[in-house]
Ligand binder design. Structure first.
Ligand SMILES: [Fe+2]
Ligand SMILES: [Fe+2]
Length: 197
C-alpha cells in the first residue's frame, strides 16, 4: 500500500464513530445530488472523495471538544472552526487532488461568500462541488440526530430560506429535484413525510 494511503487510513480511523458515519452519509447524499445534476464521472469522483473527507480535519481536534454535549464556549467554537483548514493542510500533505482539497476547505463557506469559515476566505465563493457538499452536509446534520431530526419538508424549508446566501440556489434546486425523485437517502432517525412541494 502506498505510504500516503496508509497515512490516510490511519487518520480516517482516528475519527470518532459519529463523524465517520456522518462522512459516509454525506458522501452518499452528495453523489445522489451530483448524479441528479448530471456531473461527469471525473467530477463525481472528486465529489465522492471530497464529501467523504470533508470533515477529516476533525480527526486533529480534541475529542472532548468534538463530543461536548453542553453548549459550546466561544473557545470550543473557535477550535471546531479550525477543521476545514486542518483538513486542507493534511490533504495537501498527502497529495489529494485540488477539487477534493477545495471541498474540504470550503464546505462551511457560505455560497455568497459573505459568511461561514475559514474566516480568511470570507468574500470568496466556494466551488460548485463544495456547494453541493454543503447542502448534503446540512441535510445530514438536520436529519441524523434522532432527538432533533427534522422531516424532509422541514429541511427543504430551511434550504429554501437560505438559498442564495448560505446555500447555492442551484445546489438547493438540485436537492429538490433529487428529493422529488426519491433519490435522497435519509438516516433511519429522520421522519419521512411526503413531499409537499
Ligand atoms: Fe465540517
Ligand atoms: Fe460535516
Amino acid at each position: 500500500m502506498p505510504v500516503h494511503d496508509e497515512i490516510l487510513m490511519h487518520v480516517v480511523a482516528r475519527l470518532d464513530d459519529e463523524t465517520f458515519i456522518h462522512c459516509r452519509r454525506v458522501k452518499s447524499l452528495a453523489l445522489s445530488l451530483g448524479k441528479t445534476a448530471g456531473l461527469p464521472p471525473t467530477e463525481l469522483k472528486l465529489l465522492g472523495q471530497g464529501a467523504f473527507f470533508h470533515d477529516i480535519g476533525k480527526s486533529f481536534l480534541p475529542r472532548d471538544v468534538l463530543q461536548k454535549q453542553a453548549p459550546l464556549s466561544p473557545r470550543d467554537r473557535a477550535i471546531i472552526k479550525m477543521h476545514p483548514k486542518l483538513g486542507w493542510d493534511f490533504a495537501e500533505l498527502i497529495g489529494l487532488e485540488e477539487g477534493v482539497k477545495r471541498i474540504i476547505l470550503e464546505h462551511h463557506l457560505w455560497a455568497d461568500g459573505r459568511d461561514g469559515y475559514p474566516d480568511e476566505l470570507t468574500g470568496c465563493k466556494p466551488c460548485f462541488l463544495a456547494q453541493i457538499t454543503a447542502v448534503a452536509d446540512a441535510v445530514d446534520s438536520m436529519t441524523s440526530d434522532y432527538r432533533t431530526a427534522k422531516s424532509l419538508d422541514a429541511c427543504l424549508e430551511y434550504l429554501e430560506e437560505n438559498a442564495g446566501t448560505k446555500f447555492s440556489r442551484t445546489a438547493v434546486e438540485i436537492f429538490k429535484a433529487a428529493a422529488s425523485k426519491g433519490l435522497v437517502p435519509l438516516p433511519q432517525s429522520a421522519p419521512v413525510r411526503s413531499l409537499s412541494r
